[in-house]
Structures are given as C-alpha cells and as structure tokens.
Design a protein around this ligand. Structure first.
Ligand SMILES: Cc1cc2nc3c(=O)[nH]c(=O)nc-3n(C[C@H](O)[C@H](O)[C@H](O)COP(=O)(O)OP(=O)(O)OC[C@H]3O[C@@H](n4cnc5c(N)ncnc54)[C@H](O)[C@@H]3O)c2cc1C
Length: 398
C-alpha cells in the first residue's frame, strides 16, 4: 500500500519518515525548492525532542548551534515575572531548543532518504485530489515539467494552514479569531545584550525576543488588521516603539530600512470538525491552525504525525484497505490536545495579549514568580513541555 503526503513541513516530513521507516512506500511533495524560509516556527519543545530521541536523531539536532530556554520570563515596566520553570520536567529534555526549522526538516528528510520506500519531490505543488467512486485515490501536482498524478491508498494533506487539498476535499475549518497579528524581523545580537529569550510587555505594546545565537528574531505584536495603518504612518512608527520597549536595540533599529524588512504573520486559530474523507486525512496546521502563543504549532504537528504513523503504518504495510473509521480514530485521539491547546491560547490572547495591546494590562496583578504558584508550577511546565497526551513512536523500523 502507498501513501502520498502534500507538504514538507514538520507534520508531513515526520509522517513520511515514520511510514518509510516502517516499510511503507511514501511520496512527500513540497512546493518550494528548499526548506529555507524565514520566520517559521523554530521552537522545539521537549515532546518533539523526545520523539527525535526515540528515532535516534536528537543528538544530530542538538549538535547544531542552538539556544536552550529553561525559564520563560516576561519583562514588564515594573520588573520581571518568571512564567514557568521547565527544569523539573522528567527526562533529559527540560528546555525548549531554538533550532531553525529548515535544519530540523533537513535532518528528518535526510533520515527518510535512508529507507527505500521514501521519495521526496521538491518544487512539486499539489493542486487537486483524484476522487473515484466517492473516495480519494491520490493527488494531482505540478512541477517544472508539467502536471502529474500520483495514485495512493492514502492521501494526506499536511500542506499547512492555507491547505489546498483540504479545500479540494470540501473541508472547511471553524475559525476562532485572534486579537493580534505579528510582525517578525531580525536584528544582530551584540555583546552585552541579554542572553535569554523573553517576552516584553508595556502599556499598549508587546514583543517577543528570541536569541538565535548570532541574531535576535523579534516579534512585535499589533492589533488585528492594524498593519495597514502602521505602514501608512511610516517606518519610524514601528522603529520608535520597538526601541522604547527594548532600549538595547536602539543602536541598530536603523537597520530596519522599510517594511520590506518586516514579515507580517496574520494570526489565526481554527480547526476542522472532520479531519478526513475516505482515503484522505488532514494533519498539522491543515487540520488546525495554531496561534503562535506558547510556540507549540510545530510540536502539535509532529504529535499528529507520530499518532498517524502509529495508527496507519500497520494497515498500510499489510495492504488492507483503510476504512474511514480508522482515520476517525486519529481525529478522535488528536482532537483533545488540539482543543485544550487552542483553548489555552485563546485564554492567553484575551487575558494578556488583548489587554496589553489596549494598554489595560497591569503587571502588579500578576505574582512575580508564577513558577512558584501551587498547581500552576506543576501543570504549566508539563503543558508547555509535553502538551496534552504526548505521543511516542510505536512503529518498528523494518
Ligand atoms: C511566521 C510564523 C511563526 C511561527 N512561529 C512558531 C514558533 O515559534 N513555534 C511553533 O511551534 N510554531 C510556530 N508557528 C506555527 C508553526 O510554524 C506551524 O504550526 C507548523 O509549522 C505546522 O506544521 P505543518 O507541517 O502542519 O505545516 P507547515 O509548517 O505550514 O508546512 C506546510 C508545508 O507544505 C508546503 N505546501 C503548502 N502548500 C503545498 C502544496 N499545495 N503542495 C505541496 N506543498 C505545499 C509548504 O511550503 C510547507 O512547507 C509559526 C508560524 C508562522 C507562520
């Protein structure tokens, strides 16, 4: 039996590796020529490190230059607030590793190449499904040489939050809205700068600073749909609040010459009510777009892939047809983590982000050290590090 997967992001790449590793013939299509895209999620949480460990790949990833975050913190005008401490988590991975997503994907796809059933097609853009007698039997894609078909027993949409295949399957996600959009940009790291990544909140403004060893990856949050107004006010309307929020950046903020140096992420939270059709399954952002809050989008995508492989590798290898009820089991398993994570993101968006952007957040109302608040100090790090219902690799290598 064969599987075709559209989308070489974390969900698609991990699923392709796991299926090929367990003896399934799998084709992975990625529409871009490479994995090099700026400002994709780069936060590798303990749950994903654990999966990489189970695949023997964690060492390779952690050999790359990276930063580790053990204690996320928020810097306010009235001092610092410790949000959580991951140090007490069980196992060796008690931190979030910041590793460029393209490096992560290179490691996963290179590991896939070791298995005869793994085929990766770059610059291959899926644009339609092959549907016969009410079931999906593969997909159509285009590349430089023209249009092609791949027939498969299972077709997986892992083509991200603007999934074309999801739309072709007639599946429409339910939208939950978000109060903000995010402007991503980068500036060099300089001696004397803070070492750790942090969240900065002030009246009407909010930023995230991620130390990427040689540079800062920075996110400036704005109210939903506010980019047009900001851009209309000129680049200083952006530079000035950034330099005021993070004075150590004032000496280099001029390197942001125009809004061309800024990448706008339209934040969305949504999810499908139904993740499947006969012969067809959506996973990762194609099934549920995540807010950047907690930086867990990659991790949820990877967990979906591990759960899908655990459930589907056996039936795919055996050649038995996969009933839609089996695909529904995957949805049932992954719906709870999706719902709970999105609910927590929506709560953080309304109690912190929305209030902060409206200038209504009062840091005096928050305990200085959330990592010492009973219950929260236990639940918070586990939720952040491992999420709800962490998945483990149960497929065997053949
Ligand atoms: C700017 C930004 C910052 C983010 N920051 C974080 C973060 O810090 N931490 C975090 O965990 N999450 C973050 N996220 C979310 C995270 O990137 C996603 O949740 C995660 O990547 C989802 O993985 P995925 O594999 O489902 O989809 P994606 O990563 O979106 O991958 C989909 C892949 O499919 C390819 N593709 C799309 N259409 C087609 C097609 N028709 N045919 C073939 N290929 C196709 C795309 O090129 C892409 O490679 C961020 C998202 C964005 C946009």
């Amino acid at each position: 039996m064969t599987c075709v997967i559209a989308g070489g992001g974390p969900a698609g790449a991990v699923l392709a590796l796991l299926l090929a590793r367990s003896g399934v013939e799998v084709t992975l299509l990625e529409k871009h020529a490479d994995f090099l895209r700026d400002f994709r999620g780069d936060t590798i949480h303990p749950s994903t490190l654990q999966v990489l460990d189970e695949l023997g790949l964690a060492g390779e990833l952690l050999k790359l230059p990276h930063r580790k975050l053990y204690e996320p913190r928020m810097v306010t005008d009235r001092g610092e607030i410790a949000l959580a401490s991951l140090r007490g988590l069980p196992g060796p991975y008690n931190y979030v590793a910041f590793v460029p997503q393209w490096e992560f994907l290179k490691i996963i796809t290179s590991a896939g190449e070791r298995y005869p059933g793994f085929r990766l097609l770059m610059r291959a853009e899926a644009y339609d499904l092959i549907v016969e007698r009410g079931a999906v039997r593969g997909l159509r894609y285009r590349d430089e040489s023209g249009e092609h078909e791949i027939r498969a027993d299972l077709t997986v949409a892992a083509d991200g939050r603007h999934s074309v295949l999801r739309e072709r399957a007639g599946l429409v996600p339910e939208e939950f809205g978000a109060p903000m959009d995010v402007l991503w940009f980068r500036l060099p790291w300089q001696d004397g700068d803070p070492e750790d990544s942090f969240l900065r909140v002030s009246t009407g403004h909010m930023m995230v600073a991620i130390n990427r060893v040689s540079y800062w990856q920075l996110a400036y949050l704005i109210s939903k749909g506010g980019f047009g107004r900001l851009a209309g006010a000129g680049i200083d309307a952006f530079r000035e609040p950034v330099a005021a929020l993070m004075p150590f950046l004032a000496n280099r903020i001029g390197q942001i010459k125009s809004y061309d140096d800024v990448s706008v992420l339209t934040v969305a939270i949504n999810r499908l009510r139904r993740w499947h059709r006969p012969g067809f399954l959506c996973i990762g952002d194609a099934a549920h777009a995540m807010s950047p809050v907690f930086g867990v989008g990659i991790n949820l995508a990877v967990q979906d892939a591990v759960a899908a492989a655990n459930l589907l590798a056996g039936p795919l290898r055996s050649g038995a047809p996969i009933p839609e009820s089996t695909l529904h089991l995957l949805q049932k398993r992954r719906m709870l983590p999706t719902r709970v994570t999105q609910a927590a993101q929506r709560l953080a968006q309304s109690v912190l982000i929305s209030r902060a952007l409206k200038g209504r957040f009062d840091p005096a109302m928050v305990p200085r050290n959330l990592s010492k608040v009973p219950l929260l100090s236990q639940v918070g790090p586990r939720f952040l590090g491992f999420g709800i219902r962490p998945e483990h690799v149960a497929t065997k290598e053949v």
